[in-house]
Design a protein around this ligand. Structure first.
Ligand SMILES: C[S@@+](CC[C@H](N)C(=O)[O-])C[C@H]1O[C@@H](n2cnc3c(N)ncnc32)[C@H](O)[C@@H]1O
Length: 310
C-alpha cells in the first residue's frame, strides 16, 4: 500500500496550530542532524517535527515521511512545501519500513524518528471517533482504508476478548466490569458512537474513578484504539527492523506517551544494546521541560528514548 501522495492540502488557519510537536528541540538535538542527511520520520502527522528536520538538513537532505493516515500526510505535504528538502511522502504502516526504503532505493539512513500515537488533529476531529470529549462515529482507524474499526471490535468480540483488550492495552483495573456493561448494552442496540461508548463506561466505573485525575473513559478509549490499529505489535516489529536500516552512528529517537509503549522501547533498546548493536544515548527517558508541559498539555506524558547504532 506504499503510495506517494500527490495532492498537497494547505492546512486551514483554524487547524494550523492544533498539533504542537512534542520535545522538538530535544528530538532535533539528539538526531544530530547534518546537511545532506537522510532521515525517516515514521510518524509524519502534520509534519511538525519534519519541518524542523528539513530546516536542519537543508535542500540536499532527504526526509522520508510515513503515515497511515492519508489526510494527515496530505496536510504535511502542503505545510512542508515551504521548507526546501527532498521529500518522499509514503502512505503506509511504518511496520513496512524496510520494504519502503528498498522501494525508494535507500539502503541506510542517518536517523529515524517515531512520535507515537495520534495527533491532536486526529483526536479533535469528531468524524475520526478517537475522543470521548466529542461525539462521532465509533471508528478510531488511523488508516481509513483498513477494514476493522472500533465499532467492529466493540460490537463483535466476546466479553472475554473485550476484557483482555481493556486489561492489556488500557491497564484498566475494572476491565471485567466495563466489558460486561458493553456486552449487556449492545444486546439492546449496537454501540455506534463515541458518546454511547463513553456513557456505558461511565455507568460501569464512574464511581470507582471518583477523586482520580483521569476521565473514567481514558483507558477504555486508549485500549480500543491500540487494538484497532494494532499499535504495539507494529512498534515491536519496527524497532527490530529499523536497526538494519540505520548507518553506523545513526540514531533512533522514540517519543512515547504511555507506559506500554515506553516499556517496549526500553526492552528493545536494552536487548540490542546487550547484543552490541546499539548504544543507549540516554539511560533514563528524557521528559519535557516544565514550561513545555504547561504550554502543551499533550506533552505531559511524553518520554523520549534515544539510541545509536554501533
Ligand atoms: C503524534 S502524531 C505525529 C505528529 C508529528 N510528529 C508532528 O509533529 O506533526 C503520530 C502520527 O503517526 C501516525 N501513525 C501511528 N502509528 C503509525 C504506524 N504504525 N504507521 C504509520 N503511521 C502511524 C498517526 O496516524 C499520526 O499521524
Amino acid at each position: 500500500m506504499t503510495t506517494t501522495i500527490t495532492q498537497p492540502i494547505d492546512i486551514p488557519m483554524d487547524q494550523k496550530n492544533l498539533h504542537i510537536p512534542v520535545m522538538s528541540q530535544e528530538v532535533i538535538e539528539h538526531l544530530r542532524l547534518k546537511p545532506k542527511a537522510v532521515i525517516v520520520d515514521c510518524t509524519l502527522g502534520l509534519g511538525g517535527h519534519a519541518q524542523l528536520i528539513a530546516q536542519n538538513i537543508g535542500p540536499e537532505g532527504r526526509v522520508v515521511g510515513i503515515d497511515r493516515d492519508s489526510e494527515s500526510l496530505a496536510q504535511a505535504q502542503g505545510r512542508l512545501q515551504k521548507y526546501p528538502c527532498q521529500y518522499e511522502f509514503v502512505h503506509d504502516d511504518f511496520r513496512n519500513l524496510d520494504k519502503i526504503l528498498e522501494k525508494l532505493g535507500i539502503q541506510e539512513v542517518d536517523g529515524i524518528l517515531f512520535d507515537l500515537g495520534i495527533s491532536s488533529y486526529q483526536l479533535e476531529n469528531p468524524q475520526r471517533g478517537f475522543s470521548f470529549h466529542v461525539d462521532g462515529p465509533l471508528d478510531m482507524r488511523m488508516d481509513k482504508d483498513s477494514y476493522i474499526s472500533a465499532y467492529d471490535l466493540v460490537n463483535s468480540l466476546s466479553e472475554h476478548e473485550i476484557s483482555s483488550i481493556l486489561k492489556n492495552f488500557g491497564e484498566e483495573r475494572w476491565h471485567y466490569r466495563v466489558a460486561r456493561y458493553l456486552v449487556a448494552e449492545r444486546v439492546k442496540h449496537p454501540i455506534e458512537s463515541t458518546k454511547k461508548l463513553t456513557e456505558i463506561v461511565l455507568k460501569a466505573v464512574a464511581s470507582r474513578y471518583k477523586g482520580q485525575k483521569i476521565h473514567p473513559a481514558t483507558r477504555t478509549f486508549q485500549a480500543i484504539r491500540i487494538a484497532v490499529n494494532r499499535e504495539l505489535e507494529a512498534l515491536e516489529k519496527t524497532l527490530s527492523i529499523c536497526i538494519d536500516c540505520l548507518k553506523c552512528g545513526g540514531r533512533i529517537c522514540v517519543l512515547s506517551f504511555h507506559s506500554l509503549e515506553d516499556r517496549i522501547v526500553k526492552q528493545k533498546f536494552r536487548t540490542f544494546a546487550r547484543l552490541g548493536k546499539l548504544k543507549l544515548i540516554v539511560k533514563k527517558p528524557l521528559r519535557p521541560s516544565n514550561e513545555e508541559m504547561k504550554s502543551n498539555l499533550r506533552s505531559r506524558s511524553a518520554r523520549l528514548r534515544v539510541a545509536e547504532k554501533i
